[in-house]
Design a protein around this ligand. Structure first.
Ligand SMILES: Cc1cc2nc3c(=O)[nH]c(=O)nc-3n(C[C@H](O)[C@H](O)[C@H](O)COP(=O)(O)OP(=O)(O)OC[C@H]3O[C@@H](n4cnc5c(N)ncnc54)[C@H](O)[C@@H]3O)c2cc1C
Length: 366
């Protein structure tokens, strides 16, 4: 049986960032991933936005790790010439009632440490984005976009340079804690013995926690899948900023927004609806909902938008539930020393990846 020090489960952006952070400090770091490459799930099915941190409650991990993570992420992409653009974003208000929401967001963002937030009027908004219809907008200059695939590839390379091993086609199927060590069994019958396990399994992170013996129902750590679909448009061009409506009041998602990619192509989405299984297939069922939402801020018709892609959020928040923070915790209290769970790493998980990695590193016990 392979004996290792630290085993990281999952090679999404979080598992890779954790591998990079820990392999700089520890000798023997191995990442296992069930797919045949990195980032096959949520980390390559998202908006690729570097968020600023304005939405999340003050003092939450989401707020702290997003603000710090964005700084680390910008630094990393600059250092290694990963394609990115600090394009900024506009959160738009249609009327005076929504203006109040912008004011609250601005205040919340400032409390979270987000700089240079500014509320602008219709004329200033038109000067920035002539095609966008808005009475007011909150201008968020620190928001950006990044090529998530190239980002993950570079983190993988840097982790390997630091000594991490990344093994693909290795699906964890059981974990037993015996005499202070974790015996991890894979679907191919292999077994590893690890002193520490870091659970970065995204949509399946609650199942991994369950494997070691954590009662996820009792601990309120069961994940709920919330799907989001995207449409793209080849008709709309020459948009410079990301454009968001005011967020959903239930806090489930940020509203169907407009993003641009690094080629300047326009995408709309994601919407949000809870599902029972991980299935990325799409049909046009939600197209009317998209058209209605988009036409509040830019004129499009049925023929201007086409199905693009979908992703699934790993949410701790239930459909009718309240805000839930990232869950990043070393589980000695539950009897599992150096078993660190990262559960509910939904948005802004991409932005926060390096800050999450630092948080995990702080929690590893010697
Ligand atoms: C629609 C959508 C839009 C989003 N937009 C943004 C955005 O614009 N900005 C932002 O900051 N965040 C965004 N996010 C959130 C962000 O994408 C996630 O927080 C982040 O990608 C989570 O990364 P992860 O590594 O935790 O999960 P994943 O990328 O899902 O990685 C988990 C990995 O674990 C592996 N795994 C699972 N089970 C096992 C097992 N038993 N054995 C071995 N391996 C296993 C999986 O195969 C997978 O590769 C968005 C999310 C969604 C769904």
């Amino acid at each position: 049986m392979e004996q290792i020090d630290i085993l990281i489960i999952g090679a999404g952006v979080v598992g890779l960032a954790v591998a990079k952070e820990l392999s700089a400090k520890f000798e023997d770091v191995v990442v296992v991933e069930k797919e045949n490459s990195f980032g096959r799930h949520t980390s390559s099915r998202n908006s690729e936005v570097i968020h600023s941190g304005i939405y999340y409650p003050q003092g939450s991990l989401k707020a702290k790790l997003c603000v710090n993570g964005a700084i680390d992420l910008y630094q990393f992409v600059k250092q290694y010439s990963i394609p990115y653009k600090n394009c900024g974003k506009l959160i738009i208000a249609e009327d005076d009632e929504e203006l109040q929401v912008l004011k609250e967001l601005k205040l919340n963002g400032e409390r979270n440490g987000v700089n240079e937030l500014e509320i602008i009027d219709e004329e200033e908004c038109k000067a920035l984005e002539s095609q966008i219809i808005a009475k007011y907008a909150l201008k968020v200059p620190s928001t950006g976009i990044v090529d998530s695939h190239k980002l993950m590839r570079k983190i993988e390379i840097e982790s390997e340079k630091l000594g991490a091993f990344i093994v693909y086609d290795m699906e964890v199927i059981s974990i037993n804690y015996q005499n202070g060590k974790y015996i991890v069994t894979f679907v191919n019958g292999e077994k590893y013995q690890a002193s520490s396990v870091i659970n970065c399994a995204g949509l399946y992170s609650d199942k991994i926690a369950e494997m070691v013996g954590i009662d996820i129902e009792r601990e309120d750590l069961k994940l709920h899948f919330c799907k989001g679909e995207y449409y793209k448009s080849s008709k709309i061009k020459n948009i410079d900023h990301l454009v968001y409506p005011v967020p959903d009041p239930k806090g489930i998602f940020l509203g169907i927004h407009l993003t641009i990619n690094l080629q300047g192509e326009v995408r709309f989405g994601p919407n949000a609806y809870y599902v029972d299984t991980v299935n990325y297939e799409m049909n046009e069922k939600y197209k009317p909902e998209f058209l209605k939402a988009i036409n509040n801020y830019i004129k499009v018709n049925d023929k201007d938008i086409h199905l693009d892609d979908s992703g699934i959020r790993a949410k701790l928040q239930k459909e009718d539930g309240n805000f839930r923070d990232f869950y990043i915790k070393e589980e000695s209290e539950k009897g599992f020393r150096n078993f660190i769970n990262c559960i509910g790493i939904e948005s802004p998980g991409l932005t926060s990846c390096f800050a999450i990695a630092k948080e995990v590193s702080k929690q590893v016990k010697n």
